[in-house]
Write a protein that binds this ligand. Structure first.
Ligand code: ADP
Ligand code: ZN
Ligand code: ZN
Length: 760
């Protein structure tokens, strides 16, 4: 019987905390169980037990207040992965814990609970549950509002509120409120009554109807036998796995990679193993899950960040049970699920940058973490892409991964042909209609005449990236960030794409009182408007972050396009991948230039990937597709490589440059971000820290730099960079870094500074 438990809290704090175990829990608590512990002033958290012992600490301990599980909720394999993530990505175990479990499994005093509107009240409630249920009833009619657990505790006078809420959650009577994860709460500069919300919580989706989403029309897909080329690729992969844990499948768009995955999954579950099939969020569509559901039925679980938390809790618990799903198809965070016998891990579209979490910590790359998971579990891993990341291709060429190439499209289709239009020349000849070249318009008209569909890609949402006064050149900027505001016509607002803050569109220039404010540049919204004027008979829809706030909107847009109710789909990178529509004969890339001018060492690679991927949406059935690529930089090497579908050429050139200038995959990069409200402090902190780092890391330290956008959400940012040889052990680097960080942040002047790391 243990008297003490070391636990990790869902907080950015290093290390574990020791609590005393009251006798009533002592015999039942196991490593991996969740407990409730008090922390700080009248706060409580769900914590995970990581060690049980009898070593009395030399300081007074508090008691564990509740034991939530009779069996571990976090398995040893998961803890192992958490540990790796926290060490590699330089964050605390608590931050990983926070990212790893759905909210419903980690209640804390600040968690907000709501009544569940469609609960059918079949199960009786205990007295305690009844109290909470009453306390949650709406004050005003109709409007159910959430309450934090801390408030509920006060309102009900219940001492142990958590177990009560936990059982209400299990009965389905209440649910956790979740903020939309990708956007922060907007603060409207001038308060406005009638504007649509730009971001905020996702609209609640009606219970079960979500499941009955559009079923695929037309012939049933995905049940054929493999073609000869596909079979060869599959055999190749299985062969590579004899020598390598990881294999990269480089298969051109529409070569049937998904079909190969399906066969590999069948094989793995036939051998009694579990499979994790990971995809970027925007590729995990109903179209795909239904295709998989037809093959795997009830053995398939879907872990999507856009499903309600309740569904994610349910899936998590099923994975812990003795009848877990055999295959889970999921997004980034699915690597944190409790697998019991993982045998195969597939990462599709492995090059996708959305696998990397930017904010908050853990800033992990789910592909890399997944490969670690596979290695730890002894599972085989398959990376798939038509445009592999430079890192993965490098690993394949250097023999670290196996490599299998599939060059032919299914059904003998050839890759789309790509026509480059020089926008500068067309402008000189005064032939552009706004953003549309005559060539692109002609092809759109032709496609529509032939009852084909069109996808138009512009890597920018909103109406226009800049509003400008014609008189004096004034442009509105965000008050909290050093960026110009994007015009959103639909919302009648200016929006900061960095912090989400919104502003009214001024009618006169505040600088010179001029009345002519014009939009400069093109976002998807403006393209939609312009095209509507140029081709009024076309049925156009738009897919970007603004039109897909809810999962339902998203599915609806895709469904309408699939059913042929729309002719032209305009969108951001959301339209570039995964979509498999039979009647798309034309793809237009409205401007390659914004992609080619990003100040990032990966921007060329990424531009190639986006263009190659979106081109791949054309001509998936029937005849060869056509792509019109508009650019002012027709001579750019990347454009030529896209035209020739020359991945290898792109790789060779980019790899050479990366090697020359020492960028990944030839070294490891740790970016260090320093933030402070006071610009002077940020500046001197970055200089002092750089000097300190140089004493240890010498030439490997670059900076400090002022990033292109150096003022975000009222914080001034400076950046330092460490370029590390691949041979340098990261754990040693980490130790030194953490020590230096503590040293500098303990100086009184820098106490309120923030510092965080971003690895690779
Ligand atoms: P990728 O994932 O490489 O882009 P998909 O697996 O989505 O390609 O295949 C593209 C299209 O071709 C899909 O509509 C798919 O159903 C079809 N297809 C591919 N291989 C086969 C096959 N062996 N039998 C029947 N249909 C196939
Ligand atoms: Zn002006
Ligand atoms: Zn801002």
């Amino acid at each position: 019987m243990s008297q003490y438990a070391d636990v990790i809290l869902p907080l950015p704090l290093q290390g574990a905390f020791t609590y005393a175990l009251p006798d009533e829990f002592a015999t039942r608590t196991q490593v991996g169980c969740r407990v409730i512990v008090p922390f700080g002033v009248r706060k409580f958290y769900t914590a995970i037990v990581v060690r049980l012992h009898n070593e009395k600490p030399p300081y007074p301990t508090k008691d564990v207040s509740e034991l939530l599980d009779d069996a571990p909720a976090v398995l040893p394999g998961q803890l192992r992965l958490w540990k790796w993530v926290s060490e590699y990505y330089l964050c605390s175990l608590g931050e990983v814990f926070k990212a790893a479990l759905p909210s419903g499994l980690k209640l804390e005093s600040e968690s907000v609970v709501l009544l569940n509107a469609d609960w059918d009240a079949t199960l009786p409630l205990t007295t305690g549950e009844e109290k909470v249920w009453q306390a949650l009833q709406p004050k005003k009619k109709g409007k159910a509002s959430g309450q934090s657990l801390a408030n509920l505790q006060k309102a009900t006078g219940l001492k142990g509120i958590l177990p009560v809420v936990k059982s209400l959650l299990e009965k389905g009577a209440v649910q956790m409120k979740e903020e939309l994860r990708r956007s922060r709460k907007p603060r409207t500069a001038k308060s406005q009554a009638n504007t649509q919300p730009i971001s905020g919580p996702l609209p609640q989706e009606g219970g079960e109807s979500r499941r009955e989403s559009p079923s695929s029309s037309g012939e049933r897909k995905g049940e054929g036998a493999l073609t000869e080329a596909q079979q060869q690729a599959m055999d190749g992969i299985v062969g590579q796995w004899k020598k390598h844990g990881v294999c990269l499948l480089h298969g051109v768009t529409s070569s049937g990679k998904t079909e190969i995955y399906i066969q590999l999954i069948k094989k793995a579950i036939g051998e009694g193993k579990q499979v994790l099939y990971m995809l970027p969020e925007i590729v995990l569509t109903t179209q795909l899950t239904e295709r998989l559901r037809r093959v795997f039925g009830e053995r398939l679980g879907v872990y999507h960040s856009r499903y309600p938390d309740r569904d994610r809790v349910e899936l998590y618990q099923k994975m812990l049970s003795d009848a877990p799903y055999d295959i889970v198809v999921g997004v980034r965070s699915s690597i944190f699920l409790p697998f019991q016998r993982l045998g195969l891990l597939i990462i599709d579209e492995e090059h996708e940058t959305s696998f990397k979490q930017q904010d908050p910590a853990p800033r992990y790359h789910a592909r890399n973490a997944a490969l670690v998971l596979a290695a730890q579990a002894g599972a085989k891993a398959l990376l798939g892409s038509a445009t592999p990341s430079l890192e993965s291709y490098y690993n394949a060429l250097s023999g670290k991964y196996g490599l299998v190439t599939l060059k032919t499209r299914y059904a003998g289709l050839s890759l789309p042909d790509i026509e480059v239009v020089d926008v500068q020349e067309m402008q000189r000849k005064k032939m552009m209609s706004g953003v549309f070249s005559p060539q692109l318009l002609a092809h759109i008209r032709k496609a529509l005449e032939q009852h084909q569909q069109v996808i138009l890609f512009q890597n920018r949402r909103g109406y226009a990236p800049v509003l400008e006064c014609r008189e004096c050149g004034w442009t509105p900027r965000c008050q909290s960030c050093d960026v110009s505001l994007t015009v959103h016509r639909g919302f009648r607002q200016l929006v900061c794409h960095y912090c989400g803050k919104t502003y009214d569109i001024p009618s006169v220039c505040p600088n010179c009182q001029g009345r002519e404010l014009s939009s400069r540049g093109y976002g998807t919204e403006r393209i939609e408007e312009q095209l509507g004027r140029l081709i009024p008979e076309a049925r156009i829809s738009r897919m970007d972050l603004d039109t897909t706030r809810s999962r339902q909107n998203y599915e609806q847009i895709l469904h309408d396009f699939e059913e042929g109710r729309t002719d032209i789909l305009i969108g951001t990178q959301m339209v570039t991948k995964g979509l498999d529509f039979d009647r798309v004969s034309l793809v237009g890339i409205l401007s390659a230039d914004t992609m080619l001018s990003q100040p990032d060492f990966r921007s060329y690679e990424r531009a190639f990937q986006l263009m190659e991927q979106v081109a791949g949406r054309a001509g998936r059935k029937g005849s060869t597709g056509h792509v019109v690529l508009q650019t002012r930089d027709a001579g750019n090497g990347i454009v030529g490589q896209v035209v020739r579908h020359d991945y290898e050429g792109m790789y060779a050139q980019q790899a050479q440059e990366r090697e020359l200038f020492r960028f990944p995959p030839y070294c490891r990069i740790v970016s260090i971000y320093l933030k402070h409200r006071d610009e002077k402090v940020a500046e001197s902190l970055s200089n002092d820290f750089a000097a300190l780092l140089r004493q240890v890391f010498g030439e490997r330290v670059l900076g400090p730099d002022t990033p292109p956008i150096a003022f975000v959400q009222l914080m001034h940012i400076r950046k330092l960079m460490l370029k590390l040889e691949l041979t340098l052990p990261l754990s040693a680097v980490r130790q030194r870094l953490v020590a230096l960080q503590e040293q500098i942040l303990s100086m009184p002047a820098y106490r309120s500074a923030q510092m965080y790391y971003d690895v690779d």
